[in-house]
Design a protein around this ligand. Sequence first.
Ligand code: DGY
Length: 333
Amino acid sequence: MQPIFHSAVSLGKLPEDLVDKLGQFVKVEIVDRTQPLSLERMQELAASFDVILSEPQDRLDRQTLEGGKVKMIAQRAVGFDNIDFEYCKEQGILVANTPGVLDKATADLTFSLFLACARRIVEADKYVRAGLWNGFENELMLGHETAGKTFGIVGMGRIGKEVARRAQAFDMRIIYTRSDCSDSFESDEKDLDLQQKYGACRVSLNTLMRESHFISLNCPLNKDTAGLIGAEQIALMKDQAILINTSRGKVVDEAALVKALVENRIVAGLDVFSYEPNVPEALIKLNNVVLAPHIGSATEETRKAMAQLAVNAVIMAAQGKSAANLLNQSPAL
Ligand code: DGY
């Protein structure tokens, strides 16, 4: 049945041309905010709007949605762990996300953080600005060579593959895990394909943690991946190995990660945190961690494409059609 949308709210700014486009089908309001809104405010919005254009910090669980009038959520992100999708399905609430358009931008940021860590770029920049540089020194800011090292990718989906392409160009040995990352996983056609395309070899999570010099987390956050990288896995990492997280903070046990960083056992590049925008205080002064404010997909082109995909999904639904990025029709979910 074709849903009738009268009103839509975009949480966060939406490009003007897209507001106009969407405005031809539904009355649009913008609620600009950076901090997550309170539960009460989210409930108010859910009670007032048929459509919510959301972002990762917007809590769209049963508590927010129950008793509201929301018929569709269009998430401007590929990750949708902030949405209770099971509840939405149960209630017939349509949910769309933005897959495919942000893979390259996110892989670029993964590599930016990786190289910043491996070559101590942020530390070096601070050193120069502080006026500490006295001239060429043989052992100044020594980093790690990347060629010939092992690069581990946790989660070989669209973004993981883009990361693998980059790692391949850097002459690294690539190992990866997929959803079954136990010691008894069974390889399949997909693994053969990944071997052929990227020279990548599938391993268990423990092997990946143990053998990698550099690790990139590229899996979605869900019930299977929450806390996937705990104290036990971190303890397996090589001394001074680099962990890059551009997926979701909660994939890692943040307290265990902070402890390993404070002890200077490992190095990390973090774009995501468990309770954004809160960054654990202990990390602020450390030189062995590079911090970014959840900007994996933050390029002009990509953010525009994400907004377009989300708006398009709403417009199609308003016309009784299913966009390809409508999650309710995905056989995998
Ligand atoms: C995503 O798409 O899930 C990113 O984290 C936000 O751009």
